[in-house]
Design a protein around this ligand. Structure first.
Ligand code: SF4
Ligand code: F3S
Length: 388
């Protein structure tokens, strides 16, 4: 504790410190940090230098910034006054015009190689970049320059992650996601974290930024570069209506008795079983989520949102539902495992928690198949469910 500690030099140091520790505890729990790491998280975050950040808003609707402004743990105030040096953000910065552009340019020059770039919105390539310009510069050139000076980049929102609404058919502006631009060699490659959602959950944006500040690295990611802590499960797996799904109780219309009784919205088009997001885990504005408001999940955090269409068209009854018996994990077990192992997973001798590690370690006898991270998760979840 030092005299310059921002949490101990305010009017009420004890309450400020309590508030800070409370925020850290919430963050640690959201990020599913082990107990030891949670204490380290608070200590490190308190001492961490503010991270220079440039936030570029491209072809977007400001929904992602609106979402960030509603974060509560940490809130926007803590983020931008204590942990980040948010040097450039169209909507949030006080400066405008030439002063705003100069702020961005001096950050690019002073923190080259050390700054964090955050991007919301897709990047349109049509009309030689004329569809999206900032202060007279085409955004592709600006993005290239900012990436060249960035140590890593966070794509916030489904447009930046997967193209989103901007890239929906017929995609008149040739809108592209950050990862597509990187894989096509149109922008410099940098470590990339995707936080999809339309918009993303506020606490997910805030927690990932705080994690980067505290630990100097990004959290563990899945194969779509999404943080596992928030996108490792489907919306369905944490949904408060899941018991009704399992019991076969489905609302058939938005105003029938089932809907009024809170039954499952699968037949009203819910995409929760195939959508990875933290909505049912973190809850929007600390209050609820679409399903708790009586509306199905539209799948806004998955690639192809909009083009897949059919917001209220039900998924096929046969869709593999992760976490449910008969879901993807069961299919994998039946198609790949039972040639060598017992047909009943209850008799599988390896501890459930060891299965993923064994697959990744390469110490198992040769298996005829390789699982990607999503398949491994589905298989592990199948064992977990089967052994309950
Ligand atoms: Fe919830 Fe939708 Fe799953 Fe039903 S299908 S339990 S409403 S996420
Ligand atoms: Fe989007 Fe579904 Fe959450 S529509 S906000 S991922 S519940």
């Amino acid at each position: 504790m030092t005299a310059s500690d921002p949490y101990l030099t305010q009017a009420s140091p004890v309450s400020s410190r309590r508030k800070f520790l409370k925020q850290c505890a919430v963050l640690a729990s959201l990020l599913a940090l082990p107990a030891g790491e949670a204490a380290l998280f608070a200590a490190t975050l308190r001492k961490a230098a503010r991270l220079p950040v440039i936030w570029l808003s491209l072809q977007e609707c400001t929904g992602c910034t609106e979402s960030l402004a509603r974060a509560s743990a940490p809130n926007l105030e803590s983020l931008i006054f204590d942990w980040l040096s948010l040097d450039y953000h169209h909507t949030l910065q006080a400066a405008s015009g030439i002063a705003a552009e100069e702020a961005r340019e001096s950050t690019l020059a002073d923190h080259a190689g050390k700054l964090l770039l955050v991007v919301d919105g897709a990047l349109p390539l049509a009309m030689a970049g004329g569809c999206c310009t900032i202060a007279g510069q085409d955004c592709l050139s600006l993005l290239r320059r900012c990436l060249a000076a960035a140590e890593s980049v966070i794509a916030v929102g489904s447009c930046a992650c997967f193209g989103g609404l901007a890239a929906a058919t017929p995609n008149p502006t040739d809108a592209q996601s950050i990862s597509d631009l990187m894989s096509r060699g149109l922008i410099p490659e940098r470590p990339l974290v995707n936080l999809p959602g339309c918009p993303p959950v506020p606490e997910v944006i805030a927690a990932v930024l705080a994690y980067r500040v505290a630990f100097g690295r990004m959290p563990d990611l899945d194969d779509r570069r999404r943080p596992l802590a928030f996108y490792g499960e489907t919306v369905h797996e944490r949904c408060s209506r899941r018991g009704h799904f399992q019991a076969g109780r489905f609302a058939e219309t938005f105003d029938d008795m089932g809907a009024r009784a809170g039954w499952c919205l699968f037949r009203l088009g819910c995409k929760g079983p195939v959508t990875h997001n933290a909505c049912a885990l973190v809850r929007w504005n600390g209050v609820g989520n679409p399903m708790e408001s009586g509306h199905p999940c539209l799948g806004c955090a998955e690639p192809g949102f909009w083009d897949r269409g059919g917001f209220y068209a039900a998924l096929p009854e046969s869709v593999p539902v992760s976490g449910e018996p008969g879901g993807k994990g069961a299919e994998l077990y039946q198609s790949q495992c039972i040639y060598c192992h017992d047909a009943d997973p209850v008799h599988f001798r390896t501890a459930t928690d060891d299965i993923a590690g064994l697959f990744e370690s390469g110490t198992l006898r040769a298996h005829r198949f390789k699982l990607d991270s999503e398949e491994t998760r589905a298989l592990v979840e199948y064992f977990r469910e089967s052994r309950r």
